[in-house]
Write a protein that binds this ligand. Structure first.
Ligand code: GRF
Length: 208
């Protein structure tokens, strides 16, 4: 049984997709043991509560400095003893100690086809604004392992999404979520639950 700790900051639609795919049996041998939010107002916490999942808020505002916040965050993760940490719209830079301790056991979803429109400052609507500004015809989403860089870890799954005439950043964000994020995040988790993802020299190999 793969135990997940899901970290969130906002609406939690990716968290919901994971909850729903576990419920309908598309993801098997997997359980969400804890949801952690850095933001007390995150609707994701309500989604976790509604699903009967242990949910905690670790807000930087409650700690005197970044180091104390990082320590509390890491303790909250360790306490849950997860096999995999899922960053599902978690707007916190992950402490290096956490990356070291959970090497190749932290995954993130990014709303573009990495290495396009990623790295420092590329989050939320900005990613889609830049894709539209550049005039790309295809964008998408990427699930990847988290390493010390920003969006630089081994890529697990990607899915392309077509850009359409008249797209606004908001419209594109919604299409990328529906057509890509909510599909590849649950799929990546199911692959990991069944030990089908290998990392070799910074690149993943998906076993058939
Ligand atoms: C998603 O676009 C995800 O790609 C990004 O943050 C957003 C989270 O949305 N990392 P939600 O909280 O899952 O609805």
């Amino acid at each position: 049984m793969l135990k997940l700790c899901v970290c969130v900051s906002g609406g939690g639609t990716n968290l919901q997709a994971i909850i729903d795919r576990i419920a309908d049996g598309s993801i098997t041998d997997t359980k969400i043991v804890r949801v952690i939010s850095n933001n007390a107002d995150a609707y994701a916490l309500t989604r976790a509560g509604d699903a009967g999942i242990d949910a905690v808020c670790i807000s930087p505002k409650s700690y005197e400095d970044r180091a104390a916040f990082h320590e509390a965050l890491l303790s909250a993760v360790d306490e849950a003893a997860p096999d995999l940490i899922v960053l599902a719209g978690f707007l916190v830079v992950i402490p290096e100690e956490m990356i070291r301790r959970y090497r190749n056991r932290i995954i993130n979803i990014h709303p573009s086809l990495i290495p396009a429109f990623c790295g420092k400052g590329y989050y939320g609507l900005k990613v889609h604004e830049e894709a539209l500004k550049r005039g790309v015809k295809v964008t998408g989403a990427t699930v990847h392992f988290v390493d010390e860089g920003t969006d630089t870890g081994p890529i697990i799954l990607q899915k392309a999404v077509a850009i359409q005439d008249g797209d606004t950043p908001q419209v594109l964000q919604k299409r990328v979520m529906e057509e890509a994020e909510w599909q590849i995040m649950p799929k990546a988790i199911d692959l990991i639950a069944h030990d089908k993802v290998r990392v070799e020299n910074g690149v993943t190999r998906i076993l058939a």
